[in-house]
Design a protein around this ligand. Sequence first.
Ligand code: PLP
Length: 450
Amino acid sequence: MTTSRSTAEWQALDAAHFLHPFTDFQSLAARGSRVITKADGIWLTDSDGQRILDAMSGLWCVNVGYGQQALVDAATQQLRELPFYNAFFQTATPPAIELAALLAEVTPPQFRHVFFAGSGSEGNDTVVRMVRRYWDLMGQPQRQVIISRVNAYHGSTMAGASLGGMSGMHAQGGLPIPGIVHIQQPYWHEHGRHLSKDEFGFVAARWLEDKILEVGPDKVAAFIGEPVQGAGGVIVPPATYWPEIQRICDRHGILLVSDEVITGFGRTGHWFGCETQGFRPDLMTFAKGVTSGYLPLGGVMVGERVARVLIEHGGEFNHGYTYSGHPVACAVALANIRLIQSLGLVEHVRDDVGPYLAERFEALRGHPLVGDVDTCGMMAALLLVKDKTDGTPFTPDLGLGMVCRGHCFREGLIMRAVGDRMIVAPPLVMTRADVDHMMDLIHRCLDLTL
Ligand code: PLP
């Protein structure tokens, strides 16, 4: 339990001791953090008592919303029974075993095995180790190169940030690590406005083939991508993109990795984003929505192509984390997945609230500041433009996003700005009435930005 303090007291203590992730420490000290003290459903409360609609599900993770008693009960019971034991050296705990089996049930049929980690970043570190190990075991140790995309986000560890394509992250700490190369992202506004979106999907997928041929097909181990780029600004690729990526990977025998850390567990209207986008990955990273963020957990689903080789020919896999298969996190994940099933949340997103969110975002095209909208299940983005009538060429960041974000902050809405893309990824439990409420707030903030 924490002590009760005023906002000013929290802020002073925070600035004195807490180095926040992805934060300019000077401006944090000058402005002070917003201290979130409680949450329920889709609403947060801050230390001043202001209610805030959380249209970002925490950090893309609170899929079932806040305050779900079943998850609290699962954690409490497991903490009492067995708060920790590891999965190293031929030991296991019931929640980790049961979760592995349930994940095999809800993921696409090629997945029967899971490797647990503590987060999405750790999951992607595991991907790097695993794909390289696979090719060693296949007698092709020269296949080391992993291809990823500009503006992708795959985490913050050395391997995760190297797989990611965020230039700001590469600039600090000597990244990327060797053997990771990037191709351009499938962002139509920046690279394809002279083409139809479908034509552009083929063009953008061909950048992968060009890179494979440049590196040498016998040197490429894998391609990794988010089905919908999340942190990059909810970049929804054209429908033609992923099926063509699949064909290219198949043609060259390259492993296809889907980073489902955001798109997993119902967010896109299927259990996993690869199902929405129509491709069949060999490996799949997950985190966030697996526990709805109530406790940290991540991992990699390992398809049979890779699992068979690792299991039958791999010997000991010299890799793992203290918290791989943490029993309390796994117990919460079990309760969370069962709740997603019993509430029918995947169907709710696919058939009801997802299409409704898309309809309401489409209507925003009428707003003078909105140049385009993109949606996929419970992820949505709008592109802010200065003047959509004058044919001004697309510029990635006019600075409008930060202005709009400031208004959201004051109006009690968590909506994120990525350049001039304003994005949301609200809890999947939202009702149509909740969407209406969120859209009223979005309208108000857009009008204030005008
Ligand atoms: N992969 C994707 C697609 C993500 O969006 C994130 C986090 O936002 C990660 C990986 C890293 O996950 P974590 O922050 O749990 O390490």
